[in-house]
Ligand binder design. Sequence first.
Ligand code: FDP
Length: 326
Amino acid sequence: MIRFEETFMNFLLHHQERHNRTYHFLILMDALISAAKHIQHYYLTGALKGNLGLAGDVNVQGEDVMRMDQIAQEITIHYLKASGRVIHAISEESEEIISINPDGRYFVYFDPLDGSSNIPHGLPVGFLFGIAKRNLEGPEDGHLRGGRDYIAAGMFVIPTGTFTLGLKDAGTWRFHIDETMTFVRPTRMVLPEETKTWELSFNASNRRTYAERVQEWIAKNESKYAFRYLGALAGDFHRILSNGGMFMYPAIVNHPNPKKNRPEGKLRLMYEAAVVAFMCREAGGAAVNEAGIPILEIQPQKHHQRTALYVGSTKLVEDIAKILRE
Ligand code: FDP
């Protein structure tokens, strides 16, 4: 006998009444879920169909585009258009703002397939998105919204069948895909207070390139926690949300080849850092940049702006933020 569990859409219907969310939001979420399932299908069959390799193009960030990046981008735009609810989207895969529907009411910021180094191996990657609402009453107020103005942010870890969604003032929730390809069983994510399971996650091969004070912090704290690094933000953050601890991608300022320094950080503010920072806040955690400024308070100056990121359990993030602010 199959036991059916509470579905994502039921959960949202229930929540929208309590939090004044509209059906427009449900329709947009339905579009994002359809896109994620479709991307997952291509990813799972990618090795057989030859879709896990390079596409032959270079993107706006100067990085090689993978075939799967293009597929995921096309699928997402298709569903955002079909939803009719989005005015503009900003994607890692497109230099320009993508105009979708002049009557749409939401801005969507997304990275349809994050964690490229995992793609050739078919290992976990992320589909990350943040949603902000257009100002429908007053004058058009632009697309560059800071994380504090997102109404929701989420991530699918593909192809694991998990979906995590942060809702403004209503918590962060995790769902799992069932046999009918429906996301079910909402579980509220709250970062554990207990430090026993806490983890640190960062690219250890970069550690000598971080600022001295960050290197010192790591040397002082690393033996207290387990170390885990998958190399895909969504997957690494997924673990931190469950186990507690901190994910960091610090600024690179001491690279032996100065051309390889990244003082502004590597991750993208609008569709990577602010997305996980938003979910983290709703789960009781925090996130800051290299200056110790809360990620959600940063006003983006450009769509593809980069930032350093320290995200996770408030106690750890605050501890390093104090040092970063000095
Ligand atoms: P990637 O470059 O492989 O697409 O967004 C960039 C990102 O992946 C994150 O998902 C990941 O956390 C990080 O960069 C990995 O960078 P490193 O390979 O430098 O560790």
